[in-house]
Design a binder for this molecule. Structure first.
Ligand code: SF4
Length: 261
Protein backbone atom coordinates (compact mmCIF):
# COMPACT_ATOMS: atom_id res chain seq x y z
CA UNK A 1 0.00 0.00 0.00
CA UNK A 2 1.48 3.35 -1.00
CA UNK A 3 1.70 5.89 1.75
CA UNK A 4 -0.50 8.70 0.51
CA UNK A 5 -2.68 11.36 2.05
CA UNK A 6 -6.32 11.73 1.09
CA UNK A 7 -7.06 14.95 2.92
CA UNK A 8 -5.28 17.63 4.89
CA UNK A 9 -6.71 20.03 7.40
CA UNK A 10 -4.32 22.89 7.00
CA UNK A 11 -4.87 24.43 10.40
CA UNK A 12 -6.66 23.03 13.42
CA UNK A 13 -6.55 24.22 17.02
CA UNK A 14 -8.72 21.32 18.21
CA UNK A 15 -7.13 18.11 17.02
CA UNK A 16 -3.85 18.26 18.97
CA UNK A 17 -4.14 19.58 22.54
CA UNK A 18 -2.09 22.74 23.02
CA UNK A 19 -0.92 22.86 19.43
CA UNK A 20 -1.75 24.59 16.19
CA UNK A 21 -1.68 21.61 13.92
CA UNK A 22 -2.06 20.25 10.44
CA UNK A 23 -3.99 16.98 10.21
CA UNK A 24 -2.91 14.41 7.63
CA UNK A 25 -5.46 11.74 6.71
CA UNK A 26 -3.56 8.73 5.42
CA UNK A 27 -5.26 6.38 2.99
CA UNK A 28 -5.86 2.77 4.00
CA UNK A 29 -7.58 1.04 6.89
CA UNK A 30 -7.83 -2.56 8.06
CA UNK A 31 -11.22 -2.06 9.75
CA UNK A 32 -14.61 -1.60 8.09
CA UNK A 33 -16.64 0.11 10.79
CA UNK A 34 -20.19 0.44 9.41
CA UNK A 35 -20.49 3.93 10.90
CA UNK A 36 -17.17 5.10 9.43
CA UNK A 37 -17.37 8.67 8.21
CA UNK A 38 -14.08 8.37 6.33
CA UNK A 39 -15.20 5.78 3.77
CA UNK A 40 -13.18 7.13 0.88
CA UNK A 41 -10.02 7.00 3.02
CA UNK A 42 -10.33 3.25 3.49
CA UNK A 43 -9.17 2.47 -0.03
CA UNK A 44 -8.70 5.88 -1.63
CA UNK A 45 -11.61 5.48 -4.03
CA UNK A 46 -13.62 8.63 -4.73
CA UNK A 47 -11.10 11.05 -3.29
CA UNK A 48 -10.99 14.46 -4.91
CA UNK A 49 -7.25 14.68 -4.46
CA UNK A 50 -4.39 12.48 -3.31
CA UNK A 51 -1.31 14.12 -1.83
CA UNK A 52 2.08 12.58 -2.50
CA UNK A 53 4.89 12.65 0.06
CA UNK A 54 6.57 15.51 -1.81
CA UNK A 55 3.39 17.58 -1.78
CA UNK A 56 2.73 16.89 1.91
CA UNK A 57 6.21 18.01 2.94
CA UNK A 58 6.14 21.00 0.66
CA UNK A 59 3.03 22.08 2.55
CA UNK A 60 4.57 21.32 5.97
CA UNK A 61 7.70 23.31 5.07
CA UNK A 62 5.58 26.28 4.11
CA UNK A 63 3.44 26.11 7.27
CA UNK A 64 6.24 26.09 9.85
CA UNK A 65 5.73 29.73 10.79
CA UNK A 66 2.12 29.28 11.86
CA UNK A 67 1.89 25.62 12.96
CA UNK A 68 3.74 23.62 15.59
CA UNK A 69 2.09 20.19 15.37
CA UNK A 70 1.21 17.48 12.87
CA UNK A 71 -1.50 14.88 13.44
CA UNK A 72 -1.08 11.59 11.61
CA UNK A 73 -4.63 10.31 11.22
CA UNK A 74 -6.51 8.18 8.74
CA UNK A 75 -7.55 5.62 7.78
CA UNK A 76 -5.00 3.83 9.96
CA UNK A 77 -1.52 5.38 9.88
CA UNK A 78 0.26 2.48 11.61
CA UNK A 79 -0.36 0.18 8.61
CA UNK A 80 2.27 2.08 6.63
CA UNK A 81 5.88 0.90 6.97
CA UNK A 82 6.97 4.42 5.99
CA UNK A 83 5.21 6.09 8.92
CA UNK A 84 8.27 6.47 11.13
CA UNK A 85 10.24 8.09 8.30
CA UNK A 86 7.48 10.60 7.67
CA UNK A 87 7.30 11.35 11.37
CA UNK A 88 11.06 11.87 11.53
CA UNK A 89 10.88 14.26 8.60
CA UNK A 90 8.10 16.23 10.28
CA UNK A 91 10.03 16.30 13.56
CA UNK A 92 13.11 17.56 11.72
CA UNK A 93 10.98 20.46 10.54
CA UNK A 94 10.26 21.27 14.19
CA UNK A 95 6.77 19.79 14.53
CA UNK A 96 5.42 17.93 17.55
CA UNK A 97 3.60 14.73 16.53
CA UNK A 98 0.21 13.34 17.45
CA UNK A 99 -0.86 9.89 16.26
CA UNK A 100 -4.49 8.82 15.83
CA UNK A 101 -4.85 5.03 15.76
CA UNK A 102 -7.35 2.20 15.90
CA UNK A 103 -4.90 0.23 18.06
CA UNK A 104 -4.56 -2.76 15.75
CA UNK A 105 -0.74 -2.59 15.55
CA UNK A 106 0.69 -2.60 19.10
CA UNK A 107 4.22 -3.43 17.91
CA UNK A 108 4.28 -0.35 15.70
CA UNK A 109 3.03 1.77 18.58
CA UNK A 110 5.67 0.33 20.90
CA UNK A 111 8.44 1.09 18.42
CA UNK A 112 7.31 4.67 17.84
CA UNK A 113 7.19 5.20 21.59
CA UNK A 114 10.59 3.61 22.23
CA UNK A 115 12.13 5.82 19.55
CA UNK A 116 10.55 8.91 21.12
CA UNK A 117 8.73 9.81 17.90
CA UNK A 118 5.27 10.67 19.26
CA UNK A 119 4.19 13.42 21.65
CA UNK A 120 0.51 12.49 21.92
CA UNK A 121 -1.47 9.34 21.08
CA UNK A 122 -5.24 9.12 20.60
CA UNK A 123 -6.62 5.61 20.30
CA UNK A 124 -10.17 4.83 19.29
CA UNK A 125 -11.66 2.14 21.49
CA UNK A 126 -14.62 1.01 19.46
CA UNK A 127 -16.40 -1.28 21.92
CA UNK A 128 -15.86 -3.71 24.77
CA UNK A 129 -13.46 -6.34 23.45
CA UNK A 130 -16.15 -9.00 23.01
CA UNK A 131 -18.10 -6.72 20.65
CA UNK A 132 -15.17 -5.50 18.61
CA UNK A 133 -15.61 -7.58 15.48
CA UNK A 134 -19.28 -6.68 15.28
CA UNK A 135 -18.59 -2.93 15.64
CA UNK A 136 -15.64 -2.95 13.25
CA UNK A 137 -17.16 -4.88 10.37
CA UNK A 138 -14.57 -7.65 10.30
CA UNK A 139 -12.80 -10.10 12.57
CA UNK A 140 -10.52 -8.13 14.88
CA UNK A 141 -7.61 -9.45 16.93
CA UNK A 142 -8.76 -8.16 20.30
CA UNK A 143 -5.54 -9.20 22.01
CA UNK A 144 -3.82 -6.64 19.79
CA UNK A 145 -6.32 -4.04 20.95
CA UNK A 146 -5.73 -4.97 24.59
CA UNK A 147 -1.95 -4.77 24.06
CA UNK A 148 -2.20 -1.34 22.45
CA UNK A 149 -4.23 -0.02 25.38
CA UNK A 150 -1.59 -1.34 27.75
CA UNK A 151 1.35 -0.03 25.67
CA UNK A 152 -0.17 3.45 25.53
CA UNK A 153 -1.07 3.57 29.22
CA UNK A 154 2.47 2.54 30.21
CA UNK A 155 4.19 4.77 27.69
CA UNK A 156 4.54 8.00 29.63
CA UNK A 157 3.34 9.75 26.45
CA UNK A 158 0.32 12.05 26.77
CA UNK A 159 -2.70 10.15 25.51
CA UNK A 160 -6.42 9.69 25.25
CA UNK A 161 -8.82 6.89 24.49
CA UNK A 162 -12.07 7.76 22.79
CA UNK A 163 -15.27 6.19 21.57
CA UNK A 164 -17.66 7.44 18.92
CA UNK A 165 -21.02 6.56 20.44
CA UNK A 166 -23.60 5.10 18.07
CA UNK A 167 -27.23 4.82 19.23
CA UNK A 168 -28.37 1.24 18.77
CA UNK A 169 -24.78 -0.02 18.72
CA UNK A 170 -23.58 1.13 22.14
CA UNK A 171 -25.18 1.14 25.55
CA UNK A 172 -24.08 3.02 28.66
CA UNK A 173 -23.15 -0.32 30.18
CA UNK A 174 -20.77 -0.98 27.28
CA UNK A 175 -19.23 2.48 27.57
CA UNK A 176 -18.56 1.75 31.23
CA UNK A 177 -16.90 -1.52 30.20
CA UNK A 178 -14.63 0.50 27.89
CA UNK A 179 -13.82 2.81 30.82
CA UNK A 180 -12.85 -0.34 32.77
CA UNK A 181 -10.61 -1.41 29.90
CA UNK A 182 -8.73 1.91 29.82
CA UNK A 183 -8.50 2.15 33.62
CA UNK A 184 -5.54 4.35 34.60
CA UNK A 185 -5.53 6.41 31.40
CA UNK A 186 -5.01 10.17 31.18
CA UNK A 187 -8.32 10.80 29.42
CA UNK A 188 -11.37 8.96 28.14
CA UNK A 189 -13.64 10.83 25.73
CA UNK A 190 -16.98 9.92 24.21
CA UNK A 191 -17.88 11.73 21.05
CA UNK A 192 -20.90 12.30 18.88
CA UNK A 193 -21.72 10.13 15.93
CA UNK A 194 -22.08 12.24 12.79
CA UNK A 195 -24.31 10.40 10.39
CA UNK A 196 -23.92 12.36 7.16
CA UNK A 197 -21.36 10.06 5.54
CA UNK A 198 -21.43 6.53 6.85
CA UNK A 199 -20.07 3.41 5.23
CA UNK A 200 -23.36 1.57 5.80
CA UNK A 201 -26.11 3.64 4.16
CA UNK A 202 -28.86 2.70 6.62
CA UNK A 203 -26.96 4.48 9.41
CA UNK A 204 -27.13 7.82 7.65
CA UNK A 205 -29.30 10.40 9.39
CA UNK A 206 -29.33 8.41 12.61
CA UNK A 207 -29.58 10.70 15.63
CA UNK A 208 -26.65 11.13 17.99
CA UNK A 209 -26.59 9.46 21.39
CA UNK A 210 -28.40 11.55 24.04
CA UNK A 211 -26.33 13.80 26.24
CA UNK A 212 -27.73 13.01 29.68
CA UNK A 213 -26.75 9.35 30.03
CA UNK A 214 -23.26 10.23 28.85
CA UNK A 215 -22.91 12.90 31.51
CA UNK A 216 -24.53 10.65 34.12
CA UNK A 217 -21.68 8.14 33.81
CA UNK A 218 -19.08 10.82 34.59
CA UNK A 219 -18.63 9.68 38.21
CA UNK A 220 -18.11 6.05 37.17
CA UNK A 221 -15.54 6.97 34.53
CA UNK A 222 -13.65 9.43 36.76
CA UNK A 223 -13.02 6.67 39.28
CA UNK A 224 -11.02 4.95 36.52
CA UNK A 225 -9.31 7.68 34.50
CA UNK A 226 -7.96 11.15 35.24
CA UNK A 227 -10.26 13.07 32.92
CA UNK A 228 -13.50 12.43 31.08
CA UNK A 229 -14.90 14.45 28.20
CA UNK A 230 -18.23 14.37 26.37
CA UNK A 231 -17.48 15.86 22.96
CA UNK A 232 -20.24 17.24 20.82
CA UNK A 233 -20.04 17.97 17.17
CA UNK A 234 -21.99 20.75 15.55
CA UNK A 235 -22.94 18.49 12.66
CA UNK A 236 -24.35 15.72 14.84
CA UNK A 237 -28.15 15.47 15.07
CA UNK A 238 -28.93 15.11 18.77
CA UNK A 239 -32.11 13.44 20.02
CA UNK A 240 -34.55 16.35 20.35
CA UNK A 241 -35.86 15.42 23.79
CA UNK A 242 -32.44 15.82 25.30
CA UNK A 243 -31.13 18.90 23.52
CA UNK A 244 -27.58 20.07 23.78
CA UNK A 245 -25.84 22.70 25.84
CA UNK A 246 -23.32 23.59 23.25
CA UNK A 247 -22.06 22.61 19.90
CA UNK A 248 -18.41 22.26 19.46
CA UNK A 249 -15.65 20.67 18.87
CA UNK A 250 -13.76 19.53 16.02
CA UNK A 251 -14.76 20.70 12.59
CA UNK A 252 -16.54 17.92 10.77
CA UNK A 253 -14.38 18.62 7.80
CA UNK A 254 -12.27 16.04 9.59
CA UNK A 255 -15.05 13.51 9.45
CA UNK A 256 -16.39 13.62 5.96
CA UNK A 257 -15.29 14.04 2.42
CA UNK A 258 -15.31 17.82 2.36
CA UNK A 259 -11.78 18.16 1.17
CA UNK A 260 -9.87 21.35 1.51
CA UNK A 261 -7.42 20.85 -1.25
S1 SF4 B 1 -13.83 4.43 11.60
FE1 SF4 B 1 -11.57 4.50 11.59
S2 SF4 B 1 -10.96 2.39 12.02
FE2 SF4 B 1 -13.10 2.29 11.39
S3 SF4 B 1 -13.05 1.91 9.16
FE3 SF4 B 1 -13.15 4.12 9.46
S4 SF4 B 1 -11.02 4.84 9.41
FE4 SF4 B 1 -10.99 2.61 9.79
Amino acid sequence: MNMEVGNIIRHSDRDFPGRQAAVLFLIGCNFRCPYCAFGSLIDGRGLARIWSEAQVFQFLESARERLDGVVFSGGEPTLHPGLSNWIRRARDLGYAIKLDTNGSQPDVLRQLIVEGLVDYIAMDVKAPLENYSQLCGRKIDTEAIRSSVWVIKQSGVAHEFRTTVIPGMHTVRELKMIADLVHGADLYAVQDFVSKHTLRPDLRNRLAFPDKPLNDMRGYVLRRVERFEVRHDKEARPMPAFGRRRSSARSVETANTNFLA
